[in-house]
Design a protein around this ligand. Structure first.
Ligand code: C5P
Length: 235
């Protein structure tokens, strides 16, 4: 899995670097540092709150594929109308909460697919434990709820789900080879866990069936982000 530092590893195309930063300046500096590596960039709520859709054109000009991670959750018409705007902005993948229901997901899938954009669902937030789910009125295990929502997402036409890499194997076996599994909580061996509790290594995530690995701090907080990206595969 090794590649020289000046040579981009083809596996970088499976990495989505989470730009969880507090200014456009920092986001652009990271994009410049990672340009040409093949990785995707993820614009999440924090950066979106700061820059809106303003950086998208620049990131596209730099050759990036973009995941706009806003986790939409509203009535079907509002989600559909919002997605029409986001799809026109030039992103490659968006997401929404599966808990919005079948109709919301189906209409989202239709809009995104007309625009040639991937749409994936958030099943159960990994910050929620079994006890939290009881409080929310969910019977059964978190894992059962993840599989249940992922199956509904597939039926509604979504391209995949965001899930913990620890759930990737069971999702891969129940949802088939083509369903996208986008997995955060990735840490190279021996690196800081930060606030992630259940982490897996990049190689483990791929073995479990992940399609894309969402990686934030191990790359974005590194002194040399490009080197840190290439180092993901040195294990
Ligand atoms: O820095 P780190 O690698 O932990 O960043 C992970 C990214 O994945 C963050 O943008 C975080 O919001 C996102 N994420 C996550 N767990 C989820 C869903 C998304 O860590 N269940």
């Amino acid at each position: 899995m090794e590649a020289g530092l000046n040579q981009a590893n083809p596996l970088n195309e499976k990495v989505i670097v989470a730009l969880d930063v507090a200014s456009s300046r920092e986001a652009l500096a990271l994009a410049e540092a990672l340009q040409g590596s093949g990785c995707w960039l993820k614009i999440g709520l924090e950066l979106y709150a700061i820059t809106g859709l303003n950086l998208i054109e620049e990131f596209k000009r730099m050759g990036y594929k973009l995941f706009l991670d806003l986790k939409l959750h509203d009535i079907p018409t509002t989600v559909e109308r919002t997605l029409r705007v986001l799809c026109a902005a030039g992103v490659d993948m968006v997401d929404l909460h599966c808990a919005g229901g079948y109709e919301m997901m189906a209409r989202a899938a239709e809009v995104c697919h007309q625009a040639g954009i991937k749409v994936i669902g958030v099943t159960v937030l990994t910050s929620l434990g079994e006890e939290d789910l009881r409080e929310l009125g969910v019977q059964g295990s978190a894992r059962a709820q993840v599989v249940n929502l992922a199956q509904l997402a597939k039926k509604a036409g979504l391209d995949g789900v965001v899930a913990s890499a620890q759930e990737a194997a069971i999702l891969r076996s129940s949802l088939g080879p083509d369903f996208l599994l986008v997995t955060p909580g990735i840490r190279p061996p021996g690196s800081e866990k930060n606030d992630q509790v259940r982490v897996v290594t990049p190689a483990e995530a791929l073995r479990a069936g992940s399609s894309y690995l969402v990686v934030g701090r191990p790359v974005t907080r590194a002194a040399d982000p490009r080197q840190a990206l290439e180092s993901l595969w040195r294990c």
